[in-house]
Design a protein around this ligand. Structure first.
Ligand code: UFG
Length: 327
């Protein structure tokens, strides 16, 4: 397929672009490089630098592009609480412009990066797609608003769309991984500490109602996540908007993640216990049964040691290109 990949210079987008290229698709990437890295754009993809709302109409030639895989977004929970304006404009306004450009050009299919943050604090785990969506932060609220808009565009204009609700994405693939200027995610932070780029790691909250008091998350390997995008592109149906959770189905606490990172890296990492981070739910674990049944998705890198080990190999390979090395 001829595909437009927005956010293809970012972490998840650049890994997925590689996997889609490997599968034989023709890829054009649009990215404004606000959080992505130009060196993450894979060989073999065309690259257009710019905001989605500014360039979507020009890169979507009428009748020419088979689909859009839309990763470009603001995606930090904590930042969204402090600066919701950046999230409503950066996520919702940009995506509405993309949907309109797709409609004008007759682009038939969309795969959208939604998130577990649309559910908020779950009543029970594992979380099903039918669970109530009550986001606890503006990031989740903007992604839910976009999901709602997509449903309407599918029903009214015949768009075929799939929203993939990611849980905690980690790991690396094909020379692409996490290398952000501002890093807030647990696994890369712990690995940067293991490399000596940080003094240590803070645990945000030790009073959660979990076995060891720290928050529990479902970590999914970015390669497994990318495979789901390839499947979603094949499975889409005109007029339908399908939503799938994507996780590994197992929860690991912050302490368990830090312990696994210490085992994989062999480093002793200083840990400081601090208070909870605003907007963080206690436990997020996915049921991915629907994606397994309906997309034929088979996650095979669900072992946390494999996820951390792949992330560690990538982090070490960055050398001077690591933003954390310059911090
Ligand atoms: N954490 C720490 N110390 C840190 C960083 C994180 O204790 O230095 C904790 C967080 O408080 C949280 C857990 O580690 O309990 C995971 O935090 P991340 O920042 O790695 O990831 P989040 O769970 O906040 O969010 C991620 C994505 C979201 C997505 C969510 C869905 O960034 O986009 O997973 O599960 F919505």
């Amino acid at each position: 397929m001829k595909l437009l990949v927005t956010g293809g210079a970012g972490y998840v987008g650049s890994v997925c672009a590689r996997v889609l290229l490997e599968a034989g698709h023709d890829i054009t990437i649009v990215d404004n490089l606000s959080t992505g890295n130009a060196d993450a754009v894979p060989d073999g993809a065309r690259f257009v630098e710019g905001n989605v709302r500014d360039v979507a109409a020009t890169v979507l030639d009428p009748g020419d592009v088979d689909g859009v895989v839309h990763f470009a977004a603001q995606s930090l929970v904590g930042e969204s609480v402090e600066n919701p304006q950046k999230y409503w404009h950066g996520n919702v306004v940009e995506t509405l412009a993309l949907l309109d450009a797709m409609r004008d050009a007759g682009t038939p299919r969309l795969v959208f990066s939604s998130t577990a943050a649309t559910y908020g604090e779950p009543e029970s785990v594992p979380i099903l797609e039918s669970s109530p969506a009550r986001p606890t932060n503006p990031y989740g609220a903007t992604k839910l608003a976009i999901d709602t808009a997509i449903s309407g565009y599918c029903a009214a204009y015949g768009l075929a769309a799939t929203s993939l609700r990611y849980f905690n994405v980690a790991g690396a693939h094909g020379g692409a991984g996490e290398n952000r200027v501002i890093e807030t995610h647990l696994i890369p932070i712990v690995l940067q500490a293991a490399l000596g780029h940080r003094a240590g790691v803070k645990i945000f909250g030790t009073d959660y109602p979990t076995d060891d008091g720290t928050a529990v998350r479902d970590y999914i390997h970015v390669y497994d996540l990318a495979q789901a995008h390839a499947l979603a592109l094949q499975a889409s149906t005109p007029g339908r908007h399908d939503i799938f959770n994507l996780g590994s189905g197992t929860g690991f606490s912050v302490r368990q993640v830090i312990d696994t990172c210490m085992t994989v890296t062999g480093a002793e990492i200083p840990v400081e216990e601090t208070g909870r981070r605003a907007g963080d739910p206690a436990v997020l674990i996915a049921s991915s049964d629907k994606a397994i049944a309906e997309l034929g998705w088979k996650p095979d890198r669900t072992d946390l040691s494999v996820i951390v080990s792949d992330a560690w190999d990538f982090t070490r390979s960055l050398g001077d290109r690591a933003h954390s090395a310059r911090a």
